[in-house]
Design a protein around this ligand. Structure first.
Ligand code: ADP
Ligand code: MG
Length: 345
């Protein structure tokens, strides 16, 4: 756990970038720092590995004050990933990744072995080993940056807008792959972004910063979407937060009717092919499964030409149907049950 205890950072010119910050980043989880530009996210991050000195207060990692540790020892336990990878331009990919294990005393051979394994882990083909950073795309360079940060197997990772400079598709790929990697690695991560969607996607916890280095709200993505603490947070998470909060509710419990009860549904060999409207077959508008969210099921119903969402099993066989109105009714019942079970104070 990383603990901020009344931490303030005042730059020499008088700018207070972080103001009396109290925050806990749980072990093995991603805490996303999000907020408008200039609100102190990067400063907060760089206080953790002592690239910036604290003015007052303390930061501790697993109970040990970072000021009581040697700065280079501390940094070796903390991986750091930045926006434009920050790779050494004159070193090959494999040697970029092998840098830290080499500093830690590994032989060149051992370090390269670690690096080769990491390349595979982050989805880089082995043939890239001998290339130079310039010869890679932005997304590939970010993968190298992530691999390099992981090379010393640090328990803590600091990531400062690691995917912000990438185009949307590459970015989404990397977000997904990094989430999967993290589910295996369980690092304690501080992840800075200015993008609320990325924060919600990547963060187990999200800290919304406001200008002046204050936290407006800390919570799970679901808590922030459902119960924004104030107007600033509500505006920051965006207008469609109600719809997005459906991403956290499972479609599993939706009361679907038998697929056969929808007379217009065209089913061949158990698989739903489309909707028959006035003798013509129209596209389904997608399907959902037990593993999808209410957001997905709702979207499928809205996209359907007849306003009915089709549920399928793992083999793609149609197992049920539900209308948009029935989904809304289910949602309302669920919310009502939550309201009734909420403690009154
Ligand atoms: P963010 O990462 O959220 O965009 P930063 O932590 O980079 O925010 O900056 C927070 C505030 O501190 C800003 O007002 C910025 O101008 C100021 N700042 C950052 N670095 C310095 C510095 N070295 N000297 C003076 N002010 C700084
Ligand atoms: Mg920044």
């Amino acid at each position: 756990m990383i603990t901020f205890d009344s931490v303030t950072k005042k730059y020499p010119d008088g700018t207070v970038a972080v103001d009396n910050l109290n925050l806990e980043l749980p072990t093995g989880k991603i805490t996303a720092f999000v907020g408008p530009s200039g609100c102190g996210k990067t400063t907060t991050l760089r206080l953790i590995n002592r690239m910036i000195d604290i003015t007052t207060g303390t930061i501790s990692i697993d109970g040990v004050d970072i000021m009581q540790q040697d700065a280079s020892d501390l940094r070796r336990k903390i991986g750091y990933v930045i926006q434009h990878a920050g790779l050494f331009p004159h070193r090959t990919i494999i040697d970029n990744i092998a840098t830290v294990p080499r500093l830690d005393g590994a032989t060149k051979e051992a370090a390269r072995k670690i690096a080769a394994e990491l390349m595979e882990r982050v989805g880089l083909p082995a043939t890239f080993a001998k290339r130079y950073p310039m010869q890679l795309s932005g997304g590939q360079q970010q993968r190298v940056g992530v691999a390099r940060a992981l090379a010393a197997d640090p328990p803590v990772m600091l990531m400062d807008e690691p995917f912000s400079a990438l185009d949307p598709i590459v970015r989404e790929d990397l977000q997904q792959e990094f989430s999967r990697l993290q589910s295996e690695l369980g690092k304690t991560i501080a992840f800075v972004t200015h993008d609320i969607d990325e924060a919600i996607k990547m963060g187990d916890l999200v800290a919304i910063f406001r200008e002046g280095g204050n936290i407006a709200q800390l919570g799970t993505p679901q808590e922030l979407l459902e119960n924004p603490a104030d107007e600033f947070v509500a505006n920051f998470v965006g207008r469609d937060r109600g719809f997005r909060s459906l991403s956290f509710d499972s479609a599993r419990d939706l009361p679907v009717a038998h697929a056969a009860s929808a007379a217009d549904l065209v089913i061949e060999d158990g698989v739903a092919r489309g909707w028959s409207i006035n003798g013509r077959t129209h596209k389904l508008g997608g399907t959902f499964t037990d593993n999808d969210s209410l957001r997905q099921a709702t979207d499928v119903a809205i996209s359907s030409p007849v306003g009915i969402a089709v549920k399928v099993d793992q083999d793609g066989r149609a197992t049920g149907v539900i209308t948009l109105a029935q989904i809304a009714e289910h949602l309302e019942k669920q919310r009502q049950a939550e309201r009734n079970s909420a403690p009154t104070n």
